[in-house]
Design a protein around this ligand. Structure first.
Ligand SMILES: *[C@@H]1O[C@H](CO)[C@@H](O)[C@H](O)[C@H]1NC(C)=O
Ligand SMILES: *[C@@H]1O[C@H](CO)[C@@H](O)[C@H](O)[C@H]1NC(C)=O
Ligand SMILES: *[C@@H]1O[C@H](CO)[C@@H](O)[C@H](O)[C@H]1NC(C)=O
Ligand SMILES: *[C@@H]1O[C@H](CO)[C@@H](O)[C@H](O)[C@H]1NC(C)=O
Ligand SMILES: *[C@@H]1O[C@H](CO)[C@@H](O)[C@H](O)[C@H]1NC(C)=O
Length: 761
């Protein structure tokens, strides 16, 4: 008896081991661009297949394992392999790295939301021709091509350099592209390798979720008059660069966005001829050599393509910023001065501030009925969060239901309340969201209140037998609140992987953004929502990213020969650090730090004429990676350059990357650090700039020279800056600014944020 059992267990574990070793998973295999065996094959595809051939059994077709063969964003391929097969491949001298595929997410605060563009930020951009002639590639959930934001009436012809396609698929063919939407592709192989069962979504560039339609139109949508969401935020909706062309690359599906698909899209986009790549997706930060987006975007940057990425929504936690490679522009989220008040008036006379969009009688302001409040807390957390099916009809019928934020999507909570017969909903922020006010469209009258207000409301409910309240909708209110502020969810620095570069780079509008929406979806994005709209509202660094992608296109169009680093420098050094009331930009109730807002909130008008730029050559990033301690082979896998850091560092001990912001790290006991920078004159040929320094607390700053005299355009001049620590022991941070000010125009300022950190072991 006993021995039988043992035998059984033995075979079982053997079986598990075998299955484990034979399980197929997706891996991205990076190859040496000048591999020893490459010349034996007529093309890269054959060469890539040869690696699979070597490691699988001889009766199998290697192409059945291959997902993608990459040529432009990196050299290598994605394939379905077992662990044993990878171990074998790793012994090949031509293999640089093998990375398991990784699933990233779109960066809205909830994926069941919408996107849009702020109509109040449109003035003054005409001089750049609205981004004419540039092509923005958007990696996202696809596009709804019939949206009025993609009508091409006033668009110039498709640029000659464009080599992309309009790929046919489900409910999508070449007639869906035009002079605005010039290209569309979709990438499913990494996705299907993990999720072979197809949830109903378009297997084509057509957008099933709304996110990609929103981000694409934010970057480059044409002006659409009378745009609104159920009468809210009425006005002209337009993208940041309405003259730019859009190419969509669908890489995100309902289960996320796989690196293997993203890499394939970047590979295609580089060859297609895009000028800007916009990626509103990401995950948690990983080292650059493990980060496919960092690797692919290095090649893109070398080809002159600006890569703009969302910083992520994991704020306000420190070190949460993702997509933080120095050659990427990393974008956090800010708020607009536009509010959608929907206050809660309790029967005891107290009033709580909330925000919402709900169509009530098409009148603004309007009042909802007085209703009994109910909060189903205690024990059953499902009903506290209003999960679908968790609300007992007898308890919520005809009432106003409180739902705590978290667990499920905000719009889905509204559906749950409606399905259970509830008449209205109050979404209550928790300690995780504090006073964040991302507004949604709901299926029933609803509002969202902050954490402080939620405590008041819950105490009131506790204090009386029959708590009553009503919601009063105030329509759209502009200019009454301080803005911009840093959105609470916006991911924060310092960079986890590379604190020597300040990240995020800038913040841009990302809260309650209105942009184009699929015309077959209700504004909540829920299948149950039968209402139809052309625009909807979404929040997240996903929404901030395409604002900057559009601005990059404007700058590119106005300054054709600028590098991605120059464009980023223009955006950073001209960003605003004060809000529209003239006071420091706030983060909750305190002035925002550079770890929250980077160089500040984007100012597109000023970015078109920055005066000076900090340029960076691709090779400078190699030196930089050496200086922060990456190994030769790690650098090889990021940059495809075979270098010796030892030799580089010997030649250039004091190397510092010519970045438009400055991060000073005093390691244990260190007192003094020197940085060199070089600025290039892109303004008037004869220009004199003087330096102004706001020194970080506890640090003395010396700049030499203090005056830069330019005699011609494109002239570059260097300066050095010394930081001398006066602190004894501390682990704190301090901040300041270094600004070059034009002698004849005090408002022409080239500002770099400085962050100082003291590290003790
Ligand atoms: C594309 O699809 C539309 C609508 O289904 C159809 O009318 C049209 O002929 C198709 N065009 C091409 C080029 O296939
Ligand atoms: C309300 O009462 C419940 C149960 O008595 C208690 O757990 C909860 O803390 C109270 N909430 C507030 C906000 O007073
Ligand atoms: C959406 O846009 C289309 C095309 O411009 C228009 O015909 C339609 O009426 C719009 N729908 C709504 C709900 O505004
Ligand atoms: C890199 O260069 C060195 C010397 O130039 C050479 O010995 C080495 O094989 C090269 N490595 C790779 C991976 O190409
Ligand atoms: C001064 O610089 C600002 C910012 O670049 C610019 O808008 C303005 O036109 C300049 N003024 C003059 C007189 O050149």
């Amino acid at each position: 008896m006993e021995s039988k059992f043992q035998l059984f267990f033995f075979t079982l574990s053997l079986l598990i081991l075998t299955i484990h070793a034979q399980t197929l998973a997706t891996y991205i295999v990076q190859l040496h661009p000048h591999g020893t065996t490459k010349s034996l094959f007529t093309n890269k595809l054959e060469w890539h297949l040869s690696f699979i051939q070597q490691t699988i059994s001889s009766d199998e077709d290697p192409s059945s394992r291959l997902l993608y063969s990459y040529r432009s964003a990196m050299d290598g391929f994605a394939a379905q392999l077992t662990e044993a097969e990878i171990e074998y491949l790793q012994t090949s001298p031509d293999v640089i790295s093998i990375r398991p595929d990784r699933n990233l997410q779109i960066q809205t605060t909830y994926s069941y939301k919408f996107l849009g563009l702020s109509p109040d930020r449109e003035n003054g951009w005409y001089q750049s021709g609205f981004g004419r002639g540039t092509i923005i590639g958007v990696l996202d959930t696809g596009v709804w091509p019939e949206s009025p934001s993609f009508i091409d009436h006033d668009m110039p012809p498709v640029p000659k350099k464009w080599k992309g396609i309009c790929q046919s698929g489900q409910a999508f063919n070449s007639s869906n592209c035009n002079k605005k939407l010039i290209g569309a592709r979709y990438f499913t192989k990494g996705h299907f390798a993990v999720s072979p069962t197809r949830i109903p979504e378009y297997i084509s560039p057509r957008d099933s979720s709304g996110h990609g339609t929103h981000t694409s139109s934010t970057a480059g949508g044409v002006p659409v008059p009378m745009a609104s969401v159920f009468g809210y935020a009425k006005g002209v909706a337009r993208g940041m660069a309405p003259g730019a062309h859009i190419a969509v690359y669908k890489v995100c599906w309902f289960n996320g966005c796989y690196n293997s698909d993203i890499m394939a899209a970047m590979d295609a986009a580089i060859r297609d001829g895009v000028d800007v790549l916009s990626l509103s997706l990401g995950g948690f930060p990983v080292p650059l050599y493990d980060d496919s987006i960092a690797v692919g975007s290095f090649r893109a940057m070398e080809k002159g393509i600006s890569v703009i990425c969302a910083a992520g929504n994991n704020g306000p936690m420190a070190m949460s910023v993702a997509n933080d490679a120095p050659w990427i522009a990393t974008i956090g989220a800010s708020t607009l001065d536009r509010k959608f008040p929907a206050i809660v008036r309790m029967a005891n006379g107290q009033v709580l501030y909330g925000e919402s969009m709900y169509p009530l009688n098409n009148k603004e302001p309007s009042k909802n009925k007085v209703l009994e409040l109910v909060y189903l807390s205690g024990g059953d957390s499902e009903s506290q969060f209003c999960l679908r099916g968790s609300l007992p009809k007898d308890k919520v019928q005809g009432k106003m239901v409180l739902c705590d934020r978290g667990v499920n999507g905000r719009s889905e909570k509204g559906l749950a309340v409606k399905e259970a017969g509830g008449a209205a909903m109050i979404l209550t922020n928790t300690e995780l969201n504090l006073e964040e006010d991302s507004v949604d469209v709901h299926l029933l009258p609803a509002t969202l209140i902050g954490f402080d207000e939620s405590i008041t409301l819950k105490a009131y409910i506790n204090s009386t037998k029959r708590p009553l309240a009503r919601i009063e909708f105030g329509g759209t209110v502009i200019g009454k609140s301080r803005a911009p502020t840093v959105a609470i969810f916006s991911a924060r620095g310092p960079s986890f992987t590379n604190p020597s570069i300040l990240k995020p780079d800038v913040i841009a509008p990302g809260v309650n953004i209105i942009a184009a929406w699929p015309q077959n979806l209700g504004p909540t994005g829920l299948p149950e929502d039968k209402r139809r709209v052309n625009f909807s509202v979404m929040s997240g660094t996903s929404m901030s990213c395409p604002h900057v992608s559009g601005i990059a296109a404007l700058i590119r169009s106005a300054h054709q020969n600028w590098s991605p680093a120059a464009i980023k420098s223009a955006i950073m050094t001209t960003a605003d650090i004060i809000d529209h009331t003239g006071k420091p930009i706030l983060d909750e109730d305190k002035p925002a730090t550079s770890f929250a807002m980077g160089a500040g909130n984007v100012n597109p008008h000023r970015a078109l004429n920055p005066g000076l730029i900090y340029d960076i050559k691709p090779y400078d990033y190699v030196n930089h990676l050496c200086s922060i301690g990456y190994t030769n082979s790690e650098i090889f896998s990021i940059t495809h350059r075979n270098i010796s850091c030892h030799a580089i560092m010997q030649k250039n001990r004091a190397f510092s990357l010519n970045y438009p912001s400055i991060s000073v790290i005093f390691e244990d006991g260190m007192r003094r650090k020197m940085f060199s920078r070089k600025v290039t004159n892109v303004g008037n040929p004869n220009s004199i700039y003087s330096v102004e320094v706001v020194a970080p607390q506890g640090v003395k700053v010396i700049v030499k020279p203090k005056k830069l005299v330019f005699k011609q355009e494109s002239q570059s001049l260097g300066y050095k800056v010394w930081f001398i620590s006066r602190k004894r022991v501390t682990t704190n941070y301090a901040e300041g600014y270094l600004t070059w000010i034009h002698s004849e125009n005090d408002s022409l300022r080239v500002r770099s944020p400085i962050v100082v950190s003291w590290k003790t072991k």
